[in-house]
Design a protein around this ligand. Structure first.
Ligand SMILES: NC(=O)c1ccc[n+]([C@@H]2O[C@H](COP(=O)([O-])OP(=O)(O)OC[C@H]3O[C@@H](n4cnc5c(N)ncnc54)[C@H](O)[C@@H]3O)[C@@H](O)[C@H]2O)c1
Ligand SMILES: O=C(O)[C@H](O)[C@H](O)COP(=O)(O)O
Length: 384
C-alpha cells in the first residue's frame, strides 16, 4: 500500500512502516497530483480534504490525527465509500494545560487567583469537559454552555450562551467549527456578543478561529483594550490579522494541543483505525515509544503553599509564556504567515502535566490535593 502523510505527523514510520511505503508531504501544499497512486491519506488540520484533492486518486482511507475535522468533506468520503477516522480526545489534556497555564499567567499580571474567578466553558466535549473536571476539582465555580448536550441530557447544569457571557469572569471557547444547522458555531461570538462583553472579562479562544468574528473583536479591542484575550486559534491561519495579534493579551499559533502526548496519541489512534479498516494486525503501541519526561520529578515538602506549588509545577512543565514569546520571535524573523507555520513545524518539546511526578508525603493534604486536581502525577515521598 502507498501511504501519504503530513510531514508534521510524528511516528508515522514507526506505526505504519510495515503496512506500506510512506511518502511525507507538506500539509498545506498537498495537491491531487501527489495523491494519484495513494491508498491511505493521513493529514492534520491544515489540509482541506475534498473532491478537489481526492478526485482521480485511489485513496480508500483518510485519517486526520486531530480532534477537529472541519477540514474534511465527510459527505464526499461517504459518497465514495472512503473510510475515515479522526483522533477524538487525543490532545484534549494538552489544551487544558494550555488554558491553566494562561489562567496562571493572567493571575500574575493582575494579582488575582484564578480559583476565585467564575469560568464559563462553551462546548463541553472532550476538551471543555476535561477543563471543567480539573477546574471544578480545584474549587472553581464554572458555568457550562453546550446546547447539543443540553438537548440530549436535559437543561440542568447548562446555561444559555448569553447568560454565560454575562455572568462569567473568564469565557473559554471549545466548540468545533460547524458552519450550518441549529447549533452552527461560525461566528458564534458575533459583533453583538463581543460588544456585550465587559471590560473586566477574559476571553479564551481555543476551538477554531472562525468561531469568533475577528474583525469585530479587533474593533472592540482597539476601542477598549481593557477586555483581555487569550487566543490560540485564528481566522485565516497562517496569515492571521497582525493587528488582532498585537491586541491579544496572550497569543499562540494554534499550538494549544501540541504536547508530545497529544501529537503521538493522534498518530496512534489513526494506526489503530487503519488496522481495523484493513483487518491488519496492530502490533505497535504508544507505550513502547513515549519517552520519559526529562524532568523526572519534583519533590515538595508538605509545608509548600498550595498555590505556590501549583505555579512552580505548572511553570516547570509547560508555561504558555514560552510559546507566546517564541511566536513573536518567529513573526519578527519570518513574517506572520511563514513564522506561524514554521513555529508549528519546529515546535519545541512539550510534555503534559500528567507526565510530571510530584513527590509528597501522604500527610501533605492541601498541597497534594491541589496538584493532583491540577493534573500532575502524585507519588508518595519515600523515607530516607
Ligand atoms: N487549539 C487547539 O490546538 C485545539 C486542540 C484540540 C481541539 N481543538 C478544537 O476544539 C474543538 C472541540 O474539541 P473537543 O475534543 O472538545 O470536541 P468534542 O466533539 O468532544 O466536543 C465539542 C462540544 O462542543 C459542543 N457544541 C457543539 N456546538 C455547540 C454550540 N453551538 N455551542 C456550544 N457547544 C457546542 C458539542 O455538543 C460538544 O459537547 C475541536 O472540534 C477542535 O476544533 C483545538
Ligand atoms: O483539532 C485539533 O486536534 C487541533 O486543532 C490540532 O492541534 C491542530 O493541529 P494541526 O493539525 O494544525 O497540526
Amino acid at each position: 500500500m502507498r501511504i501519504v502523510a503530513d510531514e508534521n505527523m510524528p511516528l508515522v514510520e514507526e506505526f505504519f512502516g510495515e503496512y506500506g511505503e510512506i511518502t511525507r508531504l507538506s500539509g498545506r501544499e498537498m495537491c491531487a497530483d501527489q495523491l494519484r497512486d495513494a491508498d491511505i491519506l493521513l493529514v492534520r488540520s491544515v489540509t482541506p480534504v475534498n473532491a478537489e484533492l481526492l478526485e482521480g486518486s485511489r485513496v480508500r482511507f483518510v485519517g486526520t490525527a486531530t480532534i477537529g475535522f472541519d477540514h474534511i468533506d465527510r459527505d464526499y468520503l461517504d459518497q465514495h465509500g472512503i473510510g475515515f477516522a479522526s483522533a477524538p480526545g487525543s490532545n484534549a489534556e494538552s489544551v487544558v494545560d494550555w488554558v491553566l497555564s494562561s489562567l496562571l499567567l493572567l493571575d500574575e499580571q493582575d494579582g488575582r487567583v484564578f480559583t476565585e474567578r467564575v469560568v464559563g466553558v462553551v462546548g463541553a466535549g472532550n476538551v471543555g469537559g476535561r477543563l471543567l473536571s480539573r477546574l471544578r476539582a480545584l474549587g472553581v465555580t464554572c458555568l457550562v454552555c453546550d446546547p447539543p448536550r443540553a438537548e440530549a441530557e436535559g437543561e440542568e447544569g447548562f446555561v444559555e450562551l448569553d447568560e454565560l457571557l454575562e455572568r462569567a469572569d473568564v469565557v473559554s471557547l471549545h466548540t468545533p467549527l460547524v458552519s450550518e444547522g441549529r447549533h452552527a458555531t461560525f461566528h458564534l461570538l458575533n459583533e453583538q456578543r463581543i460588544e456585550a462583553l465587559r471590560s473586566d472579562q477574559v476571553l479564551i479562544s481555543a476551538g477554531r478561529g472562525d468561531c469568533v468574528d475577528s474583525e469585530a473583536l479587533k474593533a472592540r479591542l482597539q476601542r477598549d483594550p481593557g477586555l483581555r484575550t487569550v487566543i490560540d486559534v485564528w481566522e485565516n491561519e497562517p496569515a492571521i490579522d497582525e493587528a488582532l495579534y498585537r491586541l491579544a493579551t496572550i497569543a499562540t499559533p494554534h499550538v494549544a494541543g501540541y504536547s508530545l502526548e497529544g501529537k503521538m496519541l493522534g498518530s496512534e489512534m489513526l494506526y489503530q483505525a487503519v488496522s481495523r479498516f484493513y483487518g491488519l494486525p496492530a502490533r505497535r503501541s504508544l507505550g513502547q515509544m513515549m519517552p520519559e519526561n526529562w524532568l523526572k520529578r519534583i519533590a515538595l515538602s508538605g509545608r509548600a503553599p498550595p498555590m505556590e506549588a501549583l505555579r512552580l509545577c505548572a511553570r516547570s512543565c509547560y508555561d504558555v509564556r514560552r510559546d507566546a514569546l517564541l511566536m513573536e520571535r518567529y513573526r519578527r524573523h519570518y513574517g506572520m504567515a511563514e513564522g506561524f507555520d514554521l513555529m508549528r513545524k519546529e515546535y519545541p518539546l512539550r510534555r503534559e502535566y500528567s507526565s510530571l511526578r510530584v513527590e509528597l508525603k501522604r500527610s501533605a493534604g492541601a498541597v497534594r490535593e491541589m496538584l493532583e486536581h491540577a493534573g500532575f502525577s502524585i507519588r508518595d515521598k519515600r523515607r530516607k
